[in-house]
Ligand binder design. Structure first.
Ligand SMILES: Cc1cc2nc3c(=O)[nH]c(=O)nc-3n(C[C@H](O)[C@H](O)[C@H](O)COP(=O)(O)O)c2cc1C
Length: 221
């Protein structure tokens, strides 16, 4: 028995044809999502970003611990600080940390250590994973399946932003500890993802990538 009081489920039961149609329409929408690396400096509606973060907050989480925190960065000085620190880590990664195999996997994408868009993109969302909550008496309350829960919430955030008409880059300038420092987050929060959000620049181009067809994704037994 649940220790929460229960309420009737709010669920839209749809006719089968509509279920199929909506499944296909959502696939078509999501198939148009691309990671971009050329952002316009044009402002975006911040309330739409807040709403997408609210959507991320509807994700399921281990033991309903909701082990995430999102920082929406719009301040130019902070964005610049993030850019400089990210480029330091990326330079070290590209020059020292990367294995030949990793370098070869990235080569077709043409990425490098320069991240100029972090300066002019209108919003950077930094998502933090919360490994434990702090009780008012200072003791720790552990969170469960933090990685899985944050991955799901991040996916929902990316989908919500794309659905709204905003583009993102899933960016991991690792190690990302500098983000906790710059954004002055407490020690129970660890950076999970850096997500620049904006409109693509008019000359934005993306690698011509192929996605695995369903037959390679799905095993039905
Ligand atoms: C966990 C993760 C980390 C990533 N890190 C970076 C990154 O640091 N820099 C970057 O340019 N792209 C990064 N990407 C974006 C991938 O390169 C991109 O998703 C992939 O090439 C497929 O392209 P698409 O997103 O347009 O489908 C990352 C993606 C994921 C899921």
């Amino acid at each position: 028995m649940s220790e929460y009081p229960t309420v009737p489920l709010s669920f839209s039961r749809r006719p089968e044809a509509q279920v199929r149609e909506r499944a296909h329409a959502f696939y078509e929408l999501m198939d148009l999502r691309r990671s971009i690396r050329q952002f316009s400096a044009e402002p975006i509606p911040l309330d739409a970003v807040r709403e997408a973060i609210r959507t991320a907050g509807t994700a399921p989480s281990g033991a309903h611990k909701q082990p995430w925190r999102f920082v929406m960065v719009t301040d130019p000085a902070l964005k610049h600080e993030i850019r400089l620190a990210a480029e330091v880590e990326e330079r070290e990664t590209y020059e020292q940390r990367m294995s030949d195999e990793w370098r070869a996997a990235l080569a077709p994408l043409g990425t490098d250590e320069n991240k100029p868009y972090l300066d002019h993109v209108p919003v950077i969302i930094v998502m933090f994973r919360v490994d434990y909550d702090l009780r008012p008496d200072g003791s720790r309350s552990k969170n469960y399946y933090v990685q899985e829960s944050c991955g799901i919430a991040l996916g929902m955030l990316i989908a919500a932003l794309h659905n709204a008409g905003l583009a993102t880059l899933t960016h991991t300038p690792s190690p990302m500890n500098f983000l906790a420092k710059i954004l002055q987050r407490p020690k129970n929060e660890r950076p999970f993802m850096l997500l620049p959000v904006g409109y693509p620049s008019p000359d934005c181009r993306v690698p011509d990538l192929a996605r695995k067809p369903l037959e390679q994704l799905l095993i039905e037994v």
